[in-house]
Write a protein that binds this ligand. Structure first.
Ligand SMILES: Nc1ncnc2c1ncn2[C@@H]1O[C@H](COP(=O)(O)OP(=O)(O)O)[C@@H](O)[C@H]1O
Ligand SMILES: [Mg+2]
Length: 462
């Protein structure tokens, strides 16, 4: 089965601690070609002894399972942020390949861009039992033991999405996929009559995915199925999704209604805009000298050897002049603890006397310990100036980023021209759908610390 537990739980299991998740097992005859192999089981097929294979579908919450595992060929799902879109679809596509696949049968995972497809690729690799598949990093393919291959593709170029022998497909974050790409995928699936799962956040009404959803919803024909997964569904399935009632209510109370509706309730707002409208963020050549400065850190320490898609340690330096917020510098690194320690020290010293160094103070003992370590790390700066600050964070990521986004969309955020600009803007542009959000998180935290609240929210709504 796919192992969806966070890495900390996997480690717990290795140490013999109780499992965080269980799964419902069932025997599927087709699975003889498939997934987990138990040698020496005595099963004979076509006169040849086989290795028995048992397939277990990972746990899904009932609405998630009903949305995806429908007999309908076309299933369209409009869903909340963090409702388990990506994970659910990975389980579905893998099952298609594992139970119905074979040599030469291909399965496609399509994301708006290749970089986002890679996140899903790395996630599936992490979920699959070791030794049960072969993978090709450059091609981003996973080949199961039955010979079926799962391809992870970006939708940038529709011409690359015409193919043969594609037996099932997922279009993740469909509202960000171009209509021409959808036509290509649909044509490709005609040859095999393969099923497709189309899933994403709602993003206004002017896109093919929205129109297809309406058709699936209204159309009584059997080969279409429509489902909606809201944040309340995700909260009900908190054990799996980790989304708490507190977080959902916080988002509802703090976000403009239209934003909450689209991102959390999967309902189109009349006029919908990107969360960060990056075209409103300007670039200047040098930072003004009269800024109040902070550098906010978001830590992720991962060994280089980990073949997952780890987060980055990010330090965002920004200043405020009473009106405009200037992003002065961004450092972003994936590295082992030693390297991160050196990076943080060197960066903080380089930032100079006038720049506060801020860390998120997370809840609980681990959060306190982290703050303590951070203070020790920057002891040289702590005394005598006391510019190391632990600031608590509250609410979900979207809520936390709201004021910063409002300022950016109101043309009150600029970047100092540098190499990191493009990656920073790309992350803002993707937020909150896909990809990493370490830079957004650090920047939002810095902004909330630096700039007095009371940002006119109405500007954001346009
Ligand atoms: N059925 C499930 N089993 C285990 N974890 C799940 C399941 N559904 C969602 N999750 C967890 O919930 C979180 C959000 O899921 P994800 O698929 O990334 O959401 P989305 O793509 O909708 O933003 C992830 O941490 C994921 O591991
Ligand atoms: Mg997702």
């Amino acid at each position: 089965m796919l192992d969806l537990r966070p890495r900390s739980d996997r480690l717990a299991q290795h140490r013999g601690w109780p499992q965080a998740m269980t799964s419902r097992a069932y025997e599927a005859p087709e699975a003889l070609r498939g997934v987990e192999v138990f040698a020496g089981s005595g099963v004979v097929l076509d006169g040849r002894p086989q290795q028995a294979v048992r397939y277990e579908r990972a746990d899904l919450y009932p609405k998630q399972e009903a949305a995806l595992f429908t007999p309908a060929r076309y299933a369209v799902i409009e869903a909340s942020t963090k409702s388990g879109k990506t994970v659910g679809c990975l389980i579905w596509l893998h099952e298609q390949a594992a139970l119905h696949g074979g040599p030469g049968r291909n399965y496609w995972w399509i994301a708006p861009i290749r970089r986002v497809a890679k996140i899903a690729y790395l996630r599936l690799k992490r979920y699959l039992p070791a030794g049960s598949f072969a993978s090709n990093e450059t091609e981003m393919t996973i080949t199961l033991m039955n010979g079926a291959t799962i391809f992870f593709l970006g939708s940038e170029n529709p011409d690359t999405l015409y193919g043969e022998d594609v037996y099932a497909a997922v279009i993740d974050e469909a509202t960000r996929v171009r209509e021409q790409s959808w036509w290509a995928i649909r044509t490709t699936l005609t040859a095999t009559q393969g099923p497709v799962r189309i899933i994403g956040n709602v993003k206004g009404r002017r896109n093919w995915a929205y129109k297809l959803a309406r058709r699936a919803e209204g159309d009584g024909r059997k080969n279409y199925h429509y489902a909606k997964l809201t944040v309340w569904d995700a909260v009900e399935a908190q054990k799996l999704t980790g989304v708490t009632m507190e977080e959902a209510e916080d988002a509802r109370d703090l976000l403009p209604e239209a934003v909450f509706k689209e991102l959390y309730l999967a309902e189109a707002a009349a006029e919908s805009e990107a969360f960060f409208q990056v075209e409103h963020i300007g670039v200047i050549d040098t930072a003004p000298t009269d800024l109040r400065l902070v550098r906010t850190w978001d830590f992720a320490v991962t060994p280089d050897t980990d073949a997952v898609d780890p987060d980055f340690t990010v330090g965002v330096k920004m200043g405020f002049d009473g009106k405009r917020t200037v992003i002065v510098d961004v450092v972003s690194r994936r590295a082992a603890p030693d390297t991160i320690t050196k990076l943080v020290q060197a960066t903080a010293i380089g930032d100079g006397e006038s720049c506060q160094q801020i860390i998120e103070e997370e809840k609980g003992a681990a959060g306190k310990m982290m703050v303590d370590l951070f203070r020790k790390l920057l002891a040289a700066l702590e005394e005598p100036t006391g510019r190391v600050v632990a600031a608590p964070v509250t609410g979900g990521k979207v809520v936390r980023a709201f004021h910063f986004a409002a300022a950016a969309n109101d043309k009150r955020v600029v970047l100092v021209k540098a190499d990191w600009n493009a990656a920073f803007l790309a992350e803002l542009d993707d937020f909150p759908d896909e990809g990493h959000d370490d830079q957004v998180d650090a920047a939002a935290h810095g902004y909330n610390h630096l700039v007095p609240v009371g940002v006119p929210r109405v500007r954001f709504l346009g």
